[in-house]
Design a protein around this ligand. Structure first.
Ligand SMILES: [Mg+2]
Length: 451
């Protein structure tokens, strides 16, 4: 669907009465105005107006003119859990120009630059989330009180307890045309994953925003929280956003990551290896974009949770079907980047991963031989001896690396207030401080009587 006439016909056919005109800010918060379909012409021509400063980090001030969010017709989707409402993702503009601090604009620019090289990025994302309750004292606990097993992953009983919720989500995914193909209880108590088919990168990002909104809404109707927070519980597996990537030709939709004569046996093309090498080379700064919260660093690079493994990478390494490394090649034709977590803004994450991968292609980076070991059990001395780098240990380390990465700096672009990565790092350093300024119970335990 590409024209406003087709859109209006679809709105009529769907019986939709209202449109969410949506966009996200830096954190991926879903922002919307509810627009009645009687005002659709105005929405399409003028966009929806927002005070950008109030929405969240968009490098706007209270003195700035409105953001006008222009709907992307192709992103129209009726929301099956509230079928009189549809969502359209919008491109934020200011005074007629794309606003360079809007994540969707940043990704679109990155995709356009790939298109100039006749390349299309396709992406699939594994959204892990936790269903939780919050008590009056502010503490959180797993929604299902009987979900206490130390090995809850794939447990059919945990799956069954959440069946109404999971099947509702699955049916809604299919109603939106996403192609749900699996749903499971994940490795942490209260944790689930519901998979849908990959698509071009922009479509997948738009779907992730709608999916998160749907899960928040359905959980709230049950008095629960759905959270994508990377590590809600220190001793349980965190919420990842494992991302599957492949490049295709723009003009003929030919896959470019398949390799039939791959000497390393992973079924990848030379281009896919170079792309992989680029992502590994930019891993430090990239982590700042794909693991963008203080909490993110409790998921990666720490010891095993209750169930025996973190399922999150600690080291900059790649290999075959082995989940202990940063990049896994599950089978030929695509790579899975396992660093991103549930707090990642998908538009920024994909823009950054694409830029890193394309830099690898440009420089013909060889990622070296694939890792074949269980990196969760290799000693630190052995990791060191092999020259394998660890991922950054904190958000601040990641911000230092991001600011020093000229390829990511250039890919995330620049605007009125300077480069996006500097703005991003400034916001994230303030976020780090606002959290670590607080005295935690762990500090009291450690220091109260230490000296
Ligand atoms: Mg998973």
């Amino acid at each position: 669907m590409t024209t406003s006439e087709e859109l209006k016909a679809k709105i009529f056919e769907d019986g939709v009465e209202f449109i969410y005109a949506m966009f996200v800010e830096m954190h991926g918060k879903p922002c919307a105005k509810l627009v009645p379909v009687t005002a659709i012409d105005n929405l399409l021509e003028e966009g929806a107006g927002f005070a950008g400063f109030a929405a969240g980090p968009l490098s706007q001030t209270a003195a700035d003119p409105d953001i006008l969010a222009i709907p992307d017709i192709s992103s129209y989707v009726q929301l099956p859990w509230q079928p009189n409402v549809a969502a359209m993702q919008c491109d934020p503009t200011v005074e007629g120009e794309d606003w360079p601090y809007a994540p969707r604009i940043i990704l679109k620019r990155a995709l356009a630059s790939a298109a100039e090289q006749n390349l299309v990025l396709k992406a699939g994302a594994e959204v892990e989330y936790s269903l939780l309750r919050r008590d009056e004292d502010g503490s959180i606990r797993v929604a299902d009180e009987r979900d206490v097993s130390s090995t809850p992953c794939y447990d059919a009983r945990g799956l069954t307890a959440a069946l109404d919720h999971l099947t509702t989500v699955s049916n809604h995914m299919d109603a939106m045309g996403w192609g749900n193909y699996a749903n499971d209880h994940e490795d942490a108590n209260g944790q689930f994953e519901q998979n849908f088919q990959y698509a071009d990168a922009l479509t997948t990002c738009d779907r992730l925003i709608v999916l998160r909104l749907m899960l928040h809404t359905l959980a709230r109707r049950q008095g629960l929280y759905a959270t994508f927070m990377p590590k809600p519980f220190a001793d349980k597996t965190g919420n990842g956003l494992h991302t599957h990537l492949s490049l295709w030709t723009a003009d003929s939709d030919e896959p470019l990551f398949h390799g039939d004569d791959d000497q390393r046996g992973l079924g990848l093309s030379e281009m896919a290896y170079h792309f992989t090498g680029g992502i590994l080379n930019h891993a430090q700064g990239l982590t700042g974009i794909v693991c963008p919260t203080v909490n993110s660093f409790k998921r990666i690079g720490v010891g095993p949770p209750d169930s025996g493994a973190t399922w999150a990478p600690s080291y900059v390494a790649y290999g075959g079907n082995n989940r202990t490394q940063m990049i896994r090649v599950p089978d030929g034709g695509r790579i899975e980047v396992r660093v991103p977590d549930g707090s990642a803004n998908p538009y920024l994450a994909l823009a950054a991963m694409l830029a890193a991968g394309l830099d690898g292609i440009r420089k013909a980076v060889d990622p070296g031989e694939p890792n074949v070991d269980n990196l969760f059990t290799l000693s630190l001395d052995e990791i060191d001896a092999r020259g394998i780098n660890a991922l950054p240990p904190t958000l601040l380390h990641a911000m230092d690396a991001l600011e020093a990465d000229d390829v990511l700096r250039s890919a995330m672009g620049t605007g009125r207030d300077g480069d996006y990565v500097d703005y991003f790092a400034k916001v994230k350093r303030a976020e780090h401080r606002s959290i670590t300024d607080r005295v935690s119970p762990a500090e009291i335990d450690a220091y109260l009587s230490l000296m």
